[in-house]
Design a binder for this molecule. Structure first.
Ligand SMILES: CC(C)(COP(=O)([O-])OP(=O)([O-])OC[C@H]1O[C@@H](n2cnc3c(N)ncnc32)[C@H](O)[C@@H]1OP(=O)([O-])[O-])[C@@H](O)C(=O)NCCC(=O)NCCSC(=O)C[C@@](C)(O)CC(=O)[O-]
Ligand SMILES: NC(=O)C1=CN([C@@H]2O[C@H](COP(=O)(O)OP(=O)(O)OC[C@H]3O[C@@H](n4cnc5c(N)ncnc54)[C@H](OP(=O)(O)O)[C@@H]3O)[C@@H](O)[C@H]2O)C=CC1
Length: 424
């Protein structure tokens, strides 16, 4: 069967049947994603090699978002999240995006930056120039630290030097700009920064202090765009409401924070599912969300295009890898990568960005029409039913009453469960 991400009725299958259906649709062996089953996921022994003082593992629901077409390829997306309605929203948006061809993505070269802070330079302007004169020497010294990365075509691409005035004087800050290829790159660039720090300080005429990557990875950008059909959304008025919602997020930091949280609902779920550094991606995203006027603003843009449809776009840092960190050692993360069918970090970064845009659009569309609660709470109701003690067999009946009565609350769920058990 040709690879497809359209699996109608996936929600109605059992977990095991869903996993089988997803593997078939993705064109992978069922064994490739067997580690989605916690029984075959991260073992205590493996976990004990990953972090310190391991006492257990924390399982998180792993859903699969459907309907994605990205650069013409059908993609089923693993999403690790504890939040109801996130997977549904991403799938719903992806379904609408299919009308105009799905998502188009692109990305820059995977360049991560490490900072070397140099303190106590009497003549920082001249110190900066001295460092730039020594560019080739410092690049060679840094590249010696990771011959394998250079062998893969990576390595230091350039050096930039910034002067940062502060209450404690002006710092000369050298940036190593390193192509890290398919790594997230933090360990790689941190090693390089530590190796060049003392020589850089000597050249600049000061003392080196911090040698560490920046998570404001604005030389490693990923982009996604999609067109959402006006008629499918409910007509021009809905489009105008979506544009207004997006305009507020652009202008108001209070709204931008939640608008961007909506984006990260999608992004962080895939970053986590693939064993990548969620904190690095979140730090990069929010540090990127600063307007030219210095305001915290929305990361995505929604515009009404010439045909009256919504043209949505998103560009942000996306420092994710396939070869380092937990991705290589976590069996479920490896299975997630197999399901995605990606072979480079850039491909992964672009899929993650598309999912962020889909998630963001789904939330804003709901907010700009019926509001978030109907969709979100009707799915959250299952959590509430389980919380008050409903068995798997009782949950559907409890949820149906909570949603029908528009009272998705734990106290009401207790009453409904009691009624159902009493045959009322
Ligand atoms: C929840 C929906 C999708 C319902 O929307 P709906 O129109 O009732 O859904 P539907 O039953 O017509 O299904 C449409 C498609 O949605 C997907 N879908 C629909 N239901 C399911 C399900 N149970 N399981 C799996 N997939 C589901 C599925 O893809 C389905 O098509 P199909 O593939 O079946 O042909 C919609 O109301 C929605 O997208 N709401 C937005 C929810 C959301 O954004 N949740 C994120 C949490 S809220 C938040 O924290 C972010 C926020 C809101 O604060 C951000 C911000 O402020 O901007
Ligand atoms: N965000 C942050 O602030 C920080 C994050 N971290 C953590 O660092 C980890 C990621 O760092 P990262 O450097 O990726 O980890 P790794 O050091 O595990 O992986 C990178 C290494 O993999 C090797 N490699 C093999 N194949 C490739 C390839 N195709 N492309 C590139 N490199 C390849 C490279 O050479 P070689 O084998 O010679 O090393 C490279 O140095 C994450 O777990 C993150 O959480 C750490 C510090 C700070």
């Amino acid at each position: 069967m040709p690879r497809t991400s359209r699996i109608q009725g996936l929600r109605d299958l059992s977990v095991e049947a869903r996993r089988k259906s997803v593997a078939e649709a993705a064109g992978v062996e069922a064994a490739a994603i067997a580690a989605f089953d916690p029984a075959q996921g991260l073992g205590l022994g493996q976990a004990d090699h990953m972090i310190e003082n391991v006492a257990g593992v924390l399982a998180v629901p792993l859903g699969v978002a459907t309907n994605f077409v990205i650069n013409g390829t059908e993609v089923l997306v693993p999403m690790a999240t504890e939040e109801a309605s996130v997977v549904a929203a991403a799938s719903n948006s992806a379904k609408v995006a299919r009308i105009h061809g799905g998502f188009s993505t692109s990305s820059t070269t995977p360049v991560m930056q490490a900072q070397v802070q140099i303190v106590g330079v009497a003549d920082p302007e001249a110190g900066r120039v001295r460092l730039l004169e020594a560019r080739d020497e410092l690049i060679a010294l840094a590249n010696e630290q990771d011959p394998k990365l250079v062998e893969f075509g990576g390595g230091v691409r350039d050096i930039a030097v910034r002067l940062v005035p502060s209450r404690a004087g002006t710092y000369v800050v050298a940036h190593l700009q390193v192509d890290v290829r398919d790594a997230m790159g933090a360990n790689a660039v941190n090693t390089m920064a530590e190796a060049v720090a003392s020589r850089a300080a000597e050249i600049a005429g000061g003392n080196s202090l911090l040698r560490i990557l920046t998570n404001k990875a604005d030389l490693r950008l990923s982009r996604a765009r999609a067109v959402f059909d006006a008629e499918a959304l409910g007509g021009p008025e809905v489009v105008d409401n979506i544009i207004h919602a997006a305009a507020l997020a652009e202008a108001d930091p209070y709204r931008a924070a939640t608008h961007n949280k909506g984006i990260m609902n999608g992004i962080t779920a895939v970053v986590l599912a693939t064993g990548n550094d969620t904190r690095a991606v979140e730090a990069g995203a929010h540090s990127h969300a600063i307007s030219p006027a210095g305001l915290y603003t929305s990361l995505s843009r929604f515009e009404k295009d010439a045909d009256g449809n919504v043209a949505a776009s998103l560009e942000l840092p996306m420092p994710v890898g396939l070869v380092g960190g937990a991705t290589k050692v976590h069996p479920t993360a490896q299975a997630a990568v197999k399901l995605l069918g990606v072979s480079t970090a850039a491909e992964l970064a672009e899929i993650i960005t598309a999912v962020g845009l889909a998630q963001n659009f789904g939330a804003v569309r709901a907010l700009a029409t019926e509001g978030i609660q109907r969709g979100h709470m009707s799915l959250h109701a299952r959590n509430i039913a389980a919380t008050v003690g409903a068995t798997a067999e009782e949950v559907p009946a409890v949820v149906a009453r909570l949603v029908a009565d528009k009272k998705v609350r734990a106290d009401y769920a207790e009453q409904v469960l009691a009624d159902i058990r009493a045959g009322r």
